[in-house]
Design a protein around this ligand. Structure first.
Ligand SMILES: [Zn+2]
Length: 217
């Protein structure tokens, strides 16, 4: 099967995100790039049941290369992220908390240091019609120097160099949105300022944060 590995990872990520409740029914789309080709979820497919054979393959210009089904309506958005940011995998969801906050906020403030993995404060791209070149354009701009963005009154997007990391970023974004929602329910969340954020980056580099480390013997 053409692009078997990427198609299997796209299908597995779609099923995993459905199991987490971050994609519901046919809403949301997942892609992985392999050289000049992209494996991407088809339009209208139930993501919780997605299999590799149902995943579509296109080239970087969006021309159909493999699979029986037409690509997601947000194809331009995915291709634009690959072109501008050299991503390896892209995930767009209508995850419940991210989508709720996208209806209210202009930016998700950086209230927890783990959000630095997403690039700090998360921008909310202005509302545009789904599947339109305009939506792709404003969303791609909102990702500048970020790994994730919210899309006003629509949902969320995250990308990474590989699919595993893109799934983790998607889960982290939903966690951060849930955290903000809970904190804002009891008061005004404190925001980590630029100085605090830089100190986190320095500490993470010094301690090799996020990796397991053997004890000194
Ligand atoms: Zn959408």
């Amino acid at each position: 099967m053409l692009l078997q590995g990427p198609r299997e990872r796209v299908a597995a990520a779609a099923r995993a995100l459905a199991a987490e409740g971050l994609v519901v029914g046919t809403a949301g789309n997942v892609s992985e790039r392999a050289g000049a080709r992209v494996a991407i979820t088809p339009t209208g497919a139930e993501l919780r049941d997605l299999t590799a054979e149902l995943v579509t393959v296109v080239d970087l210009a969006g021309a159909h290369v493999g699979g029986e089904l037409a690509a997601t309506s947000e194809l331009d958005l995915h291709l634009g992220v690959y072109e501008r940011y050299g991503a390896g995998a892209v995930i767009h969801t209508h995850a419940p908390m991210a989508t709720a906050l996208s209806c209210v906020l202009d930016e998700l403030p950086c209230i927890h240091y783990q959000m630095l993995l997403l690039g700090g404060p998360v921008r909310v791209a202005p509302y545009r019609t789904f599947g339109s070149p305009e939506l792709a354009q404003v969303t791609i701009e909102a990702l500048d120097e970020r790994m994730a963005a919210l899309m006003a009154n629509h949902g969320a997007i995250a990308y990474a160099h590989d699919m595993d990391t893109a799934v983790k970023q998607t889960l982290l974004l939903e966690w951060a949105c849930t955290l903000y929602h809970r904190a804002a329910a009891v008061g005004t969340p404190r925001v980590l300022d630029e100085q605090a954020r830089q100190a986190v980056v320095a500490a993470a580099i010094e301690r090799n944060y996020g990796t397991t480390q053997a004890v000194d013997r």
